[in-house]
Design a protein around this ligand. Structure first.
Ligand code: SF4
Ligand code: SF4
Length: 145
């Protein structure tokens, strides 16, 4: 037996006799870092309207083609608006490519990670136009970083 064995044994003893750090999840929740990558959300402007301008860059950026977007003509003037924006969170790998591709700060990774459900349809057809996050709900570090 080499020194490695005694080193490992010392580590085991240290944890065995040390103070327990068990957290009673889900009753005790950890404060997650502001840059945690959880479920994708759509950001709004100050008026509560989605910031998405229907450019489609995020749709192209998603490696798994999980974003489905339908656009329509803008009610006033030229251009188009997003009418339907769904993300299949059941297959999302939280890579953040869609967020990085968006030049309009319309998408973010929220800290929501407790997505378990008995109805997988709730994950497959996740309507981002309902998963809206106002500027005052965003972590400070996220806005400045
Ligand atoms: S979320 Fe961003 S990248 Fe995606 S369509 Fe809207 S503006 Fe374009
Ligand atoms: S986080 Fe990645 S996998 Fe999930 S929707 Fe965005 S680009 Fe696609």
């Amino acid at each position: 037996m080499g020194l490695g064995f005694y080193g490992g044994f010392k580590t085991t003893l240290k944890h065995l006799l040390g103070k327990s750090i068990t957290r009673q999840y889900p009753y005790e929740k950890r404060q997650l870092p502001p840059r945690t990558r959880g479920a994708v959300v759509m950001n709004t402007d100050e008026d509560g309207k989605p910031k998405c301008v229907a450019c489609g860059l995020c749709v192209a950026a998603c490696p798994d083609r999980l974003i489905t977007m339908v656009t329509g003509p803008a009610p006033e003037g030229d251009g188009k608006v997003v009418e339907y924006f769904h993300v299949d969170l059941g297959r999302c790998m939280y890579c953040g490519f869609c967020v990085a591709a968006c030049a309009f700060d319309a998408l973010d990774m929220s800290s929501a990670f407790e997505l378990a459900t008995q109805n997988k349809e709730k994950l497959i057809e996740r309507d981002m136009l309902r998963e809206l996050r106002r500027p005052d709900e965003r972590p400070l570090e996220e806005e400045t970083g």
